[in-house]
Design a protein around this ligand. Structure first.
Ligand code: GRG
Length: 309
């Protein structure tokens, strides 16, 4: 019908979305924004700025920033605050990886295909680099503007709640305390919701909020982020036992060695794959209200299910 735009069926026949080009472009934009946001290496005290930049630019997949921008696209047009919030979540994510790798936590030597932060800069500096990235995230978020639906306070609160002691840190606490102990599926779900899903969910919510999404859209993004976040961790657990350290860029097989509860350990590999696929289907279903306009989010969810690292 002329003048009414393509119907949902017509959209289904549009050329397939080129996620690889989309990700390359978005990653380059986010990297440039991160480069502008973080103090230069030469800025005194230069060791800390070198350590922060070492891990931020070590070659992560940038999935959380991608989710921020894809959600912003689903609800409108990404703006400078969408990019700032994409940088903020990546800073929080990178801080959590640096601290997770420390001898007092997972004690890992390799991350993002490189020696871990403490292996290069020493334990004390790695702790500070993580602290500084966490703080940097809030400085970046604090500089965002309010929009017609969400205040600048809403944005900062969103980030604080996802990364605080009830979510991200709660997940890590349960993970540490559960090592070597029998874990039920319900306990494992509790850990995954906090350790992984909270920040992925926060990423899509912040993307929508940055462009002033409607409450129904925020609800749909929350549902999507929750399920895609859970699927992400189940896949991460599967890859830990099926891939090599070279492919993963981090030590493979560590979960089993550390006596960590994982889906493959509790229900086996085949059932874990079925669970990841079912969670991804739920994530897709959450995008229905966008009526085909959440193309990048759909493509990312599919990619995350099929990824090999
Ligand atoms: C607060 C210290 C602290 C930890 C919080 C996030 C976390 C808990 C620990 C980090 C290690 C871990 C297994 C996290 C679960 C989420 C996850 C699978 C992270 C890896 O994310 P990717 O694959 O990593 O997106 P890249 O390097 O590609 O960004």
């Amino acid at each position: 019908m002329p003048g009414r735009g393509p119907t949902y069926n017509a959209l289904r026949h549009m050329p397939p979305f080129d996620l690889s080009s989309w990700l390359n472009l978005r990653t380059a934009e986010v990297d440039a924004a991160l480069d502008r946001s973080l103090p230069k290496e030469s800025k005194k005290p230069s060791t800390i700025h070198k350590a922060m930049r070492y891990s931020i630019f070590a070659g992560g997949k940038r999935m959380r920033p991608a989710l921020v921008l894809a959600a912003a696209e689903a609800c409108g047009r990404p703006n400078p605050d969408s990019y700032s919030l994409a940088c903020a979540v990546e800073c929080i994510h990178t801080y959590s990886l640096i601290h997770d790798d420390l001898p007092g936590m997972d004690n890992d030597d390799m991350r993002r295909g490189k020696p871990t932060n403490h292996k290069v800069f020493g334990e004390g500096m790695a702790i500070l680099a993580g602290d500084a990235l966490l703080t940097q995230a809030f400085e970046i978020a604090a500089l965002c503007e309010s929009n017609s639906r969400y205040s600048h306070r809403d944005l900062v609160l969103e980030l604080a709640r996802a990364s605080g002691s009830l979510q991200l840190i709660a997940g890590q606490v349960a993970d540490l305390e559960g090592e070597g102990k029998p874990t039920s599926r319900a306990q494992l779900r509790y850990i995954h919701e906090r350790k992984t899903s909270a920040l992925l969910c926060c990423s899509v919510r912040l993307g929508g909020m940055s462009v002033g999404c409607k409450p129904q859209q925020l609800e749909a993004l929350t549902d999507f982020g929750y399920h895609v976040g859970l699927a992400f961790q189940v896949i991460d657990d599967i890859l830990d036992v099926t891939q090599s350290s070279e492919v993963l860029g981090k030590t493979a097989g560590k979960d089993v060695k550390a006596g960590k509860a994982t889906y493959p350990a509790i229900v086996g590999l085949d059932e874990s794959r079925r669970i990841a696929a079912a969670l991804t289907r739920k994530a897709f279903a959450a995008l229905k209200p966008f009526r085909g306009k959440a193309t990048a989010l759909e493509a990312i969810a599919e990619y995350l299910l099929k990824r090999d690292h």
